[in-house]
Write a protein that binds this ligand. Structure first.
Ligand SMILES: [Zn+2]
Ligand SMILES: [Zn+2]
Ligand SMILES: [Zn+2]
Ligand SMILES: [Zn+2]
Length: 268
């Protein structure tokens, strides 16, 4: 989705005021005002702005004393004012998030990029939120969107659009009531509260809950919880994440999902 980025240029005085003395600078600069309220003042050198305010609460544009611009950004106790001497330049450009290109939009054929935890289209408002650890796949869904892989006790390969293929439903189908509560023996349900987790079916009488592993499950511990692959390498080898039948615990060297569990079987 495009939003407006405003760019100003000219000989300016910038005044940054926080708690202490105002800091004043004058020079020929370029000022970038982003849609999130961030204002950056760049001079001729280096990557760092000479003055800035990130995600200001409010940014006003006023008429400068010489008929040019005066930009005022305010955030809590901080204030940045950039005032042009002479007319100054102003231009408005369409901007988008920038990220890794991952495919093309089925709605508008625009370029899809992965940026800031989501896949966004550069040409239309289409946006698909991603799980933080999602890995993009080379394959494309029937709907035209790219597919992703997510590890939640097993490897799930899904469309990035949760209305097309839902991670929660897939994990629930695979693992709901698969394990039992180490405290009371009831089934563990696949639930979501911001993230997916395993919660006791006997809630609220039993409040046991466990994060779903972001690694492959390799068996079941004597306590009822899943045994997970000990590290990323083990699950990356593919030996335990192929979706085949789970190995019995005595043949695995997994760790109990509860790191403090004393009943993890010894490696045979
Ligand atoms: Zn699009
Ligand atoms: Zn799809
Ligand atoms: Zn329980
Ligand atoms: Zn255990």
């Amino acid at each position: 989705m495009t939003e407006s980025i405003h760019v100003y240029a000219g000989e300016c005085t910038t005044t940054f005021r926080a708690d202490d003395e105002p800091q004043r600078q004058r020079g020929r600069v370029v000022v970038v005002h982003k849609p999130d309220g961030t204002v950056l003042v760049h001079d001729a050198r280096g990557y760092q702005p000479v003055a800035w305010l990130t995600r200001a609460n409010a940014v006003h544009r006023e008429r400068g004393p010489d008929g040019g611009f005066a930009l005022v950004a305010v955030k809590d106790g901080e204030r940045l004012r950039v005032e042009s001497h002479g007319e100054g330049d102003h231009a408005r450009h369409e901007g988008t998030s920038a990220g890794v290109h991952v495919g093309f939009c089925p709605d508008c054929t625009g370029c899809l990029v992965r940026a800031r935890g989501a896949i966004t289209c550069l040409d239309c408002p289409a946006e698909y939120g991603l799980p933080r650890d999602a890995a993009m796949l080379e394959t494309t869904c029937d709907c035209g969107l790219p597919r992703m892989a997510v590890e939640r006790g097993a490897r799930f390969e899904l469309c990035v659009d949760r209305n097309c293929e839902e991670l929660d439903a897939a994990v629930r189908e695979r693992f709901d009531r698969e394990w039992s509560c180490p405290d009371c023996g009831s089934d563990l349900r696949v639930l979501r509260e911001r993230t997916l987790f395993l919660g006791c079916d006997d809630y609220p009488d039993c409040e046991a809950s466990f994060a779903l592993p972001d690694r492959a499950v390799v068996g079941t511990c004597d306590c009822g919880l899943p045994l997970v692959a000990p590290d990323a390498e083990a699950s990356a080898s593919g030996a335990t994440s192929s979706g085949s039948e789970m190995e019995p615990p005595e043949h695995s060297d997994g760790c109990c999902l509860d790191a403090d569990c004393a009943r993890t079987p010894e490696t045979v």
